[in-house]
Ligand binder design. Sequence first.
Ligand code: FMN
Length: 170
Amino acid sequence: METWDAIRARRNVRSFQDKPIAEQDLRRILEAGRRAPSANNRQHRDFVVSTERSQLEELAKAWQSAGHVATSAVTVTVVLPEEEGRSHELDLYDAGQATIQMMIAAADLGIGSGHASIGDKAVVRGVLGLPEDSYPAYFVAFGYPADRPLRPLRHPNRRPFDEVVHFGHW
Ligand SMILES: Cc1cc2nc3c(=O)[nH]c(=O)nc-3n(C[C@H](O)[C@H](O)[C@H](O)COP(=O)(O)O)c2cc1C
């Protein structure tokens, strides 16, 4: 897919086929996340990759709207340091950049993706064996869409361009 098509085709996919993601495709998605920029190139994020069904099912229990994690082919947990203030703000921004870069790389391969928040961080910590000084920030679930293939969306559910974009001044 062309980059512009992948950007327009990406949407949250929450219903996945029971089909694995090839190792090389998964590595490309993760590499896209690794290459994402970060403030001062701090790279304060780690990715924990889950593919075992039983582990995915455990992770899905950590948030009411994370059911799609259970049926994903792969879920990446984005892990950040336990920090506060400005540093934490930057880490969250950077986590978002890594997330969307992985999602676009996935869309380029026809692979769907869906975010999920994490409510019960202790569950995830336990399942993934995270170090004490880090915490699981978000899930990103991946898999082949079960509903319909990824195609550029003609009418995305977004605020109108002229309302969102302010040229020169507000
Ligand atoms: C920070 C963040 C947290 C999100 N958490 C969830 C979630 O817990 N469960 C879920 O199903 N979707 C979650 N989403 C997906 C959004 O609901 C989705 O991106 C938004 O509705 C726009 O839809 P689209 O991605 O299909 O364009 C999250 C997205 C972001 C950016």
